[in-house]
Design a protein around this ligand. Structure first.
Ligand code: NAD
Ligand code: DAU
Length: 343
């Protein structure tokens, strides 16, 4: 079997490449990635020389390149992780989100249709369901929850999901979609909450918490997400959506304090800053369909997983430092400038 993994130089995509090479040593894995600011080739260094792994630098919106690649490689499976993924950036500059997340997905769907694949899997997000109120802990996102987006990022992901469903119905492309909650683990870009807090706390820098830190996210270890996608790819029903999550809701403040405790750093580093525009209050996934139909269970408890993750970043300081230079440092200064004390 030959699998195309797009966005495999990013956080979840790289972890999925590692998962697939281990779980299916007889498969050929081709990773396509444009190496945007979020893609890092050094992340894939440990597998670059594997005989059944190859890397192609390319943009999913580049129709000629994608068509040529599909013609040459004759993929059995396509798993689309490639995306602009950071909500704050989508608020600053929505255009590139629409281009990559919507038009890029369309190009991949067209290629899958023309060349034929056994499965096109779209890696989507729980953010397409909007948010839930804090005072209704009984409510969860199911696959039937209506799409209702808040940010240009989530709107672009929802648009892609609709296209995927349309290509299934109209052109019979064999698709599946997964919608997962917030991931944490190794190789996450340090613009996202958990690696941002770890990297800044290590340097005793202020830790920007939006608003009052009351917003709730439902955290899942990236390995559990990758295992679920593998199951959906092989056993999921064509045309279906699968929610992925582990019922692990935490306020942002709880997460930040847990990390500080793990690092032995003081809570006085926490700085409440101006809230994210349109900030979703609470995400909470009901994963019962995926559990019931695919026998998937999360395996990593947050208390253990976050300890391992903090340890990983401590042991891979070079990886962090390589990223926290140049462009990213400029982004941080520009984005957070003047937000302190505005909460
Ligand atoms: P990421 O930003 O870490 O990685 C995205 C990767 O896509 C990068 O390697 C980047 O270079 C590549 N890319 C961007 N634009 C591209 C283009 N036009 N062509 C080819 N490659 C391009 O993102 P992530 O956190 O790993 O998320 C991966 C996917 O999972 C996304 O589709 C995201 O919406 C989804 N998702 C993420 C989470 C999460 O918590 N991080 C949860 C649920 C779903
Ligand atoms: O739910 C899945 C989604 O999770 C994915 O689809 C997205 O790609 C991924 O980025 C993530 O989105 P969030 O917006 O939830 O993640 P982020 O790490 O940006 O923020 C997590 C929470 O922490 C959120 O409530 C905002 C808050 N936050 C974030 C940053 C960067 C802060 O308080 N301070 C910060 O500096």
């Amino acid at each position: 079997m030959k699998v195309l993994v797009t966005g495999g130089a990013g956080f979840i995509g790289s972890n999925f490449v590692f998962h697939m090479l281990k779980a299916h040593p007889d498969y050929d894995i081709v990773c396509l990635d444009a190496l945007t600011y979020a893609g890092n080739l050094s992340t894939l260094a440990p597998v670059m020389k594997e005989g059944n792994f190859s890397f192609v630098k390319g943009d999913i919106t580049d129709r000629a390149l994608i068509m040529d690649l599909f013609a040459k490689e004759k993929f059995d499976y396509v798993v689309n992780f490639a995306a602009e993924s950071h909500v704050d950036r989508s608020i600053e500059d929505p255009g590139v989100f629409l281009r990559t997340n919507i038009l890029g997905t369309q190009v991949l769907l067209d290629a899958s249709r023309v060349y034929g694949v056994k499965r096109f899997h779209q890696v989507s997000t729980d953010e397409v369901y909007g948010d839930l109120p804090l005072d209704r802990p009984d409510l969860f996102f199911t696959e039937e929850t209506p799409i209702k987006t808040s940010s240009p990022y989530s709107a672009s992901k929802a648009s892609a999901d609709l296209l995927v469903e349309a290509y299934h119905r109209t052109f019979k492309v064999p698709v599946t979609i997964s919608r997962c909650s917030n991931n944490y683990g190794p190789y996450q870009f340090p613009e996202k909450l958990i690696p941002l807090i770890i990297s800044r706390a290590l340097k005793n820098e202020t830790l920007p918490v939006y608003g009052k830190g009351e917003n709730v996210r439902d955290w899942l270890h990236v390995d559990d997400h990758c295992a679920a996608i593998d199951l959906i790819l092989h056993q999921g029903k064509e045309g279906e959506v699968y929610n992925i999550g582990g019922h692990n809701e935490k306020t942002n403040l709880e997460v930040v304090k847990t990390i500080l405790k793990e690092l032995g750093k003081p809570e006085s580093l926490i700085t409440f800053v101006k809230d994210r525009a349109g900030h979703d209050m609470r995400y909470a996934i009901d994963p019962s369909k995926t559990r019931r139909e695919l026998n998937w269970e999360p395996t990593i408890l947050f208390n253990e997983g976050i300890k391992e993750t903090v340890k990983w970043y401590l042991e891979h300081n070079e990886w962090l430092e390589e990223i926290i230079s140049g462009d990213y440092r400029e982004y941080y200064q520009k984005f957070y400038e003047g937000k302190d004390g505005e909460a």
